[in-house]
Design a protein around this ligand. Structure first.
Ligand code: ADP
Length: 531
């Protein structure tokens, strides 16, 4: 569970997806920048070294040429004396000239930009041979130019020969501790790299945060929705904006979650409705049972208290008790039948038989009651047989209930017409139309509910229990058929049962309930006893 997560093994690693992704981004950027930085600094170092060495050589050559030029311009040399004699001695006038402070400044501060050591020497076939008195040192006095720094190093000596002289000589120049641009350039580049790195890191953090936000926001919404669902809020869904904004995988997950929640809600509602109906059903059953039991108890008490002395009263009590017991028995049978139908325990005994005879038998059974009540009961049937797969006993039960209601709710001298006919689609229909009291439009949608009795039911000659039409609908639906009703108050009611050619053609509410077997015992439901 989310609340009892164990701390991570490494302790420091962030637990959240956002934290981890940000850390990963930062790590990748840091490593990349580190490697790039190393490479750049390394390459730049080599490049600047080369640049500097070229620069120092150029400066040294400049110094050498300047020195040679100064030596050649000395009056004694111009008069014909060699700068360096054949024994390796530098002309003293040259020495004096080059030792001057002004010359030293030019050589060290302007040309060499370093402490400069230069010496004259003879250029022979063996190479450069330094003169005995020709070594000069000029110290740098000026301040470095902007961007320059003093570098503690000694440059490679540069020798510039002057072979056009009578005695060929040369000058060897070495620069010590020069002012260079290298360190500053490198530190500039390193600083720039560091700044770039910091900016890249900041960008990485921002991008990681934005990316993870896009992922974690829908994830969080999903988590909240599942939490609420787990708490029992079955109407909870993941908001559509969270589904649309997230990555495709998460959008799919959100859609699936919502579909699952939808189905869950439907199932829960069905279970709740069933539970409520069962409660109502139980309450109705106990109420229905209580009335005849109370009546029986009263008769019993009256008889015990001596009413049996009066033979007329005794006979009346016994007769009424018998009627109540019949009613109890009828109620029990109906309840049993209905619960079997509902639970799917009843299997239809489907046979290909003439539907006309199934209907006719039920109508015949009801004719005595109709006659007794002064209601005309007629049956209209085609001449040719209607061969149809159906359960004859249960379809007979349907007709018995509908015709029974018709007779019950039709006043004397009215009529009940039963019609059975083949339908164009190969199925058949049974219509029971009466000229009775009719049903209130407001009550029409409820008449198939268990224990529902219309407000006009008590006006009619039967009290009923409100189970007859429930049984009708269950049996018809098991056949894959439908039952419809039309009614006008004061004019009459017409019930129309439609049965398909094949009972399985239209799937019934519960497919288990249709089977071709004769194992189910035929229900023995008598018409409702007279009140
Ligand atoms: P009951 O045992 O009360 O007849 P039903 O389930 O058969 O139970 O019928 C439920 C209610 O539907 C009745 O109480 C009555 O109000 C109404 N009803 C059924 N059939 C008819 C009919 N043919 N004419 C008028 N009302 C009817």
């Amino acid at each position: 569970m989310s609340g009892t997560r164990s701390p991570s093994a490494d302790g420091l690693a962030p637990r959240t997806f956002q934290g981890r992704l940000t850390l990963a981004f930062v790590a990748v950027v840091t490593v990349t920048l580190g490697l790039v930085g190393l490479l750049v600094v390394n390459r730049l170092g080599a490049y600047f070294d080369q640049q500097q060495s070229d620069d120092l050589m150029a400066r040294a050559s400049g110094v050498a040429q300047y020195v040679i030029q100064r030596a050649e311009n000395t009056s004694t040399v111009r008069a014909g004396r060699p700068v360096v004699s054949i024994d390796g001695i530098v002309d003293p006038a040259v020495v004096t000239e080059l030792s001057k402070e002004t010359e030293q400044r030019i050589i060290a501060d302007r040309l060499g930009q370093a402490d400069v050591r230069f010496r004259f020497g003879l250029v022979t076939s063996q190479g450069f041979r330094p003169a005995a008195n020709g070594t000069f040192e000029a110290s740098e006095r000026s301040t470095p130019q902007p961007g320059q720094e003093l570098e503690r190093m000694t440059s490679t000596p540069v020798v510039i020969p002057w072979t056009s002289a009578a005695i060929p000589y040369g000058v060897e120049v070495t620069l010590l501790n020069p002012y260079t641009y290298r360190a500053a350039a490198i530190s500039n580049v390193t600083g720039l790299l560091a700044i770039t790195g910091l900016i890249a890191l900041a960008v990485a953090v921002v991008v990681a945060a934005m990316l993870t936000r896009r992922i974690t926001t829908p994830l969080r919404r999903l988590t909240e929705a599942s939490h609420d669902l787990a708490e029992g809020d079955f109407a909870r869904r993941v908001p559509s904006d969270a589904i649309e904004d997230g990555p495709m995988e998460l959008s799919d997950l959100g859609l699936q979650f919502n579909a699952m929640a939808e189905r869950l809600q439907e199932s829960v509602e069905i279970i709740r409705r069933d539970r409520d109906r069962s409660r109502e059903f139980l309450a109705d059953v106990s109420h229905e049972l209580r009335t005849p039991i109370a009546a029986l108890r009263t008769f019993n008490e009256l008889l015990t208290e001596g009413a049996d002395d009066d033979p007329t009263a005794r006979a009346e009590f016994l007769e009424t008790s018998r009627a109540q017991i019949e009613r109890l028995d009828w109620l029990a049978q109906n309840l049993l039948e209905l619960s079997k139908l509902d639970s799917g325990l009843v299997l239809l005994d489907l046979r290909r038989e003439d539907l006309r005879s199934s209907v006719e038998q039920a109508v015949d059974q009801a004719s005595a009651t109709a006659r007794r009540r002064g209601v005309e009961l007629t049956m209209d049937r085609p001449d040719e047989a209607i061969q149809l797969r159906h359960d004859p006993v249960r379809i007979g039960q349907v007709v018995t209930n509908l015709v029974g209601n018709g007779i019950k709710f039709t006043p004397r001298d009215g009529s009940v017409r039963v019609q059975v006919r083949r339908e164009p689609d190969g199925g058949a229909s049974i219509t029971v139309a009466d000229t009775g009291i009719g049903i209130d439009p407001a009550e029409l949608p409820r008449i198939f509910d268990r224990f529902f009795r219309g407000s006009r039911a008590s006006e009619a000659r039967g009290s009923g229990s409100g189970l007859g039409l429930s049984i009708v609908r269950s049996i018809v639906e098991m056949h894959g058929g439908t039952v419809a009703v039309e009614s006008r108050v004061g004019a009459g009611t017409t019930f129309r049962v439609t049965l398909p050619a094949q009972p399985g053609a239209t799937p019934p509410a519960d497919p288990r309930r249709v089977a071709e077997t004769s194992s189910s015992p035929a229900p023995n439901l008598n018409p409702e006893p007279a009140p």
